[in-house]
Design a protein around this ligand. Structure first.
Ligand SMILES: Cc1cc2nc3c(=O)[nH]c(=O)nc-3n(C[C@H](O)[C@H](O)[C@H](O)COP(=O)(O)O)c2cc1C
Ligand code: SF4
Length: 429
């Protein structure tokens, strides 16, 4: 069994949120090295060559993203740190915020020094009460200890972090929706260009990075890009926190190297299925990502390339396991309902498409779906993909359309039986 490699999570459920405990575990040594011994450009190079890819869903190279910030000295410039974590099935950032918040603060501090950033705004999911308290307490401690504020670690760096709470809208996790919300408006995504690196928060240069992504920066700087590249696969380096939920004996978070087989995560780390059950389907990266059949899931490794080859994506690494009791039409209907509710309504394809997908799935589930409805689901999903301001429409199309494509016979059985042919359906709503 692959050993857990704990770079982000304290072992055995420990909590390192006090400065004293964090410092006792190499805390702020990466920041000290960065600010005292390294040029800013060298840090950007190091993060780029470490192969670190964003953990917020899209998997884009973090170091490359930082190079998009303009070199014209325009100030102020910001980090928008994405702690919205609203993708269903995803609960990994929460673990860092609650149990290791100084790791995030240290990552943001190094990123600020490397990119001439003046302030970071952490946009946090509103329901994360203890995460909010722990992070704010840690920020206050870091300020008192001279890691935030003016003349940080005796240098002329001035930088601070502010935490903002969301109010329960999934779309505020989309990077430009998040910026609109932070600025006090409705969280409706912006058209691009201009891109946030050039015109982001308050139209100033902004880099947007996820909590887990930023929390990897301190150990990359402290131990070097080559060490980080030694964990994971060639194109998916380092560890990630897999969140496993659904029909497993031991749901939870597991920090493992990227590239760990999905079979191993489900059957060893998460304790396997309940007695006498068989695996039916797995969503590997949050409900936006195409579902896999059991057969596909048993062969795939959890890294960007392997999942793409298998016809899905890593997303947030949130693994949702469904056993033989789960109805695929009901699962797709619940997901379609979520996206319909969360569409911000700006784009016709998304506003109307999410509504149609939900209605069609509801009809099938209730027993009055037709064969023509199955064609319509496919047509609507295709009509939604690739034509909208943000990726929520694609997510809705993938998250539901692939249930039909990969479990077609079960959808057809709903038409023939005029309802669900399964007994003891377990997919909770
Ligand atoms: C509808 C939607 C919701 C999103 N929600 C989140 C979220 O809750 N947290 C997050 O980090 N990224 C989320 N993203 C991705 C962000 O737009 C952005 O790519 C990410 O924060 C960049 O950080 P990274 O490069 O470190 O991954 C979402 C994207 C979309 C389209
Ligand atoms: S795709 Fe959907 S959520 Fe995104 S901007 Fe358009 S309507 Fe809003």
């Amino acid at each position: 069994m692959t050993e857990q490699v704990l770079l982000l999570l304290p072992p055995e459920g420990q909590n390192w949120s006090s400065l004293e405990t964090y410092r006792a575990h190499d805390g702020y040594r990466g920041a000290e090295k960065a600010l005292r011994e390294m040029e800013p450009a060298k840090i950007v190079d190091e993060v780029k060559s470490s192969g670190l890819r964003g953990r917020g869903g899209a998997g884009f190279s973090t170091g490359t993203k930082w190079t998009f910030l303009p070199k014209d000295g325009r100030r102020p410039r910001y980090i928008a740190c994405n702690a919205d974590e609203s993708e269903p099935g995803t609960f990994k950032d929460r673990q860092i915020l609650e149990r290791n918040p100084h790791k995030l603060i240290e990552g943001l501090l190094i990123a600020a020094y490397a990119n001439e950033i003046d302030a970071a705004y952490v946009y946090m999911r509103g329901e994360y009460r203890s995460a909010f308290e722990n992070l704010n307490r840690a920020i206050a401690e870091a300020r008192s200890a001279g890691y935030l504020g003016k003349n940080i670690l005796g240098t002329n760096l001035a930088f601070d972090i502010f935490v903002h709470r969301g109010a329960g809208a999934y779309i505020c996790g989309e990077e430009t929706g998040l910026m609109e919300s932070l600025e006090g408006r409705k969280g409706q995504p912006r058209k691009r260009p201009p891109f946030p690196a050039v015109s982001g928060l308050w139209r100033q240069p902004t880099t947007i990075n996820n909590v887990e992504t930023m929390s990897h920066v301190p150990h990359i700087v402290l131990r070097g890009a080559d060490w980080f590249k030694g964990i994971g696969t060639e194109k998916s380096t380092g560890t990630t926190i897999f969140g496993v939920s659904g029909d497993v004996v031991r749901p939870g978070t597991f920090e493992l190297p990227l590239g760990t087989p999905l079979r191993e995560i489900i059957f060893e780390h998460a304790g396997g299925l309940h007695p006498n059950r068989t695996l039916k389907a797995v969503i590997p990266g949050g409900v936006s990502m195409p579902v896999l059949t059991a057969e596909m899931a048993m062969q795939v490794a959890m890294d960007h390339d392997s999942l793409q080859k298998a016809g899905t994506l890593l997303g947030t690494g949130a693994i949702i396991v469904m056993d033989d009791r789960a109805c695929m039409v009901r699962a797709a209907m619940v997901i379609a309902r979520f996206f319909r509710h969360e569409s911000c309504g700006q784009c016709t394809q998304c506003r109307e498409g999410t509504g149609w997908l939900h209605k069609l799935m509801q009809g099938l589930e209730a027993g009055h779906g037709t064969k023509r409805d199955l064609e319509a689901i496919d047509e609507v999903a295709k009509f939604m993909e690739g034509h909208t301001i943000c990726a929520l429409a694609d997510a809705a199309a993938w998250g539901t359309g692939w249930f039909l494509r990969r479990f077609r016979s079960e959808f057809e059985a709903h038409v023939e039986h005029r309802g669900c042919p399964l007994e003891g359906v377990s997919f909770e709503v």
